[in-house]
Ligand binder design. Structure first.
Ligand SMILES: Cc1cc2nc3c(=O)[nH]c(=O)nc-3n(C[C@H](O)[C@H](O)[C@H](O)COP(=O)(O)OP(=O)(O)OC[C@H]3O[C@@H](n4cnc5c(N)ncnc54)[C@H](O)[C@@H]3O)c2cc1C
Length: 386
């Protein structure tokens, strides 16, 4: 942590000010620091009472694709994760709401794993630890002047709003209920998902809290129902969960508190301008049914950091906030991000409708895709690499 100093004023000189120390902002800070670019990282926890920030453990388990894992390895964060905080997904079984089914396996796709399930709290901790030793990162409580302001404040970003950039947001009127579970049967690395009426239920195989028997739950439900299950007695909640999963993953019991996230899809109207750029959920937010939000945010980092380093080396007379450089980032990231958020939103729309013909069609379509190995390979590639 040794920022450069302006000899005249004694103030720290930063080339990039990163707003937001979530997984995307922290990763960007590390990626720029590794390239020798001095950054200020605005960390809201520095200006909040300590108890408030540390009180709530994030019960989510993220599905991370190969692209994200490669970035975290390059940042020396992946290997710092405790062994039980990351679990490989070897198979995925998806069921429709009228007999449709589709399955993916790492073996069939000739990869060692389809994804990794990672403890959200552990990821935050190893990122925070890596930041402590990053040579060019200066954690600050409030924004500082810098040629480039990189905004990683999540979907409700105030800095984005202050720049006058609109965020076109559609609520799903669903809340995701997340929790940790334990099953009486081993998970064998199988992720499961049910598209039901009226919710989408995902079980992510996870070695916490019990090796080989843990799951991360993400259950997207209409708001009222979600709030009912968030407040229900544990036994009542477990009964509903076991009924919804029909015993396919064994008998499930709660192993953590439950937490809820209101779900939206959203996109900023512009992702960059002179002296500023958006990354992660501040630029694009989506339903977690495909587990892609953070993967796309980390892909933003993997694109922007080398681009800035290259611009700095090849055109040192240009500011890092030069709009032309930032447009290259937007050109590279817009197409894959819009394709993925369109796919996720399309799936949600398809499965949220109750008309009988549509129900039959989507279930048949699911089973049909299951019979088409090239299409399955393509889908797996998109999910693996973002
Ligand atoms: C239930 C659920 C399950 C999910 N599962 C997956 C999954 O399996 N795989 C996947 O890839 N994605 C998943 N996601 C999506 C993923 O959580 C998000 O895409 C990801 O957290 C976005 O990271 P971010 O850093 O851009 O934003 P955030 O995580 O929202 O972080 C933003 C940070 O900025 C800070 N901040 C906000 N405003 C300011 C300010 N004005 N000044 C300073 N700091 C500020 C906040 O305190 C926060 O620390 C899931 C989401 C949900 C809700």
């Amino acid at each position: 942590m040794s920022p450069a100093f302006d000899p005249a004023s004694g103030a720290a000189v930063h080339e990039v000010c990163i707003h937001g120390a979530g997984a995307v902002g922290a990763s960007l800070a590390l990626a720029l620091s590794r390239r020798g670019i001095p950054v200020a990282l605005v960390d809201a926890s520095l200006s909040r009472p300590a108890a408030g920030e540390s009180a709530r453990e994030d019960v989510r388990a993220y599905a991370l694709n190969n692209g994200s894992v490669q970035l975290l390895k390059a940042l020396r964060v992946w290997d710092a994760l405790p062994a039980d905080a990351r679990t490989p997904v070897l198979e995925m079984a998806v069921a429709g709401d009228a007999g449709g089914a589709i399955g993916f396996s790492a073996w069939q796709q000739a990869v060692t794993e389809l994804a990794w399930i990672v403890d959200a709290g552990a990821l935050d901790r190893v990122l925070a630890e890596a930041l402590r030793y990053a040579p060019h990162v200066h954690r600050v409580a409030a924004p500082v002047a810098a040629p480039l302001q990189a905004i990683c404040e999540g979907r409700a970003s105030a800095t984005r709003a202050a720049l006058g950039v609109a965020f076109d947001q559609q609520p799903y009127h669903h809340t995701a209920v997340a929790a940790r579970l334990v099953s009486d049967q081993p998970h064998h690395g199988v992720a499961r998902q049910w598209f039901q009426q009226p919710g989408i239920l995902g079980l992510l195989p996870f070695d916490r809290p019990q090796a080989g028997h843990g799951y991360g739950l993400v259950w997207s439900l209409p708001q009222e129902e979600a709030h009912r299950w968030l407040a229900a007695e544990p036994a009542e909640f477990e009964a509903a969960l076991n009924e919804a999963t029909g015993g396919a993953a064994g008998r499930l019991t709660l192993a953590s508190a439950r937490a809820g996230w209101p779900l939206v899809t959203g996109r900023a109207e512009r992702w960059s301008g002179e002296g500023w750029v958006l990354l992660g959920d501040a630029a694009h937010a989506m339903h977690p049914l495909a587990g892609q939000g953070l993967n796309l945010g980390l892909a933003d980092v993997a694109c922007l950091a080398p681009l800035l380093a290259d611009a700095r080396a090849r055109r040192p007379w240009r500011s890092l906030g030069d709009a032309r450089t930032l447009r290259e980032y937007v050109r590279e990231r817009a197409a894959p991000t819009l394709a993925m958020s369109g796919l996720v939103d399309g799936l949600w729309q398809l499965f949220s409708r109750e008309e009988a013909p549509l129900k039959e069609l989507r279930n048949r379509g699911m089973s049909l895709v299951d019979q088409l190995p090239p299409l399955k390979r393509w889908l797996t590639r998109q999910a693996l690499h973002g």
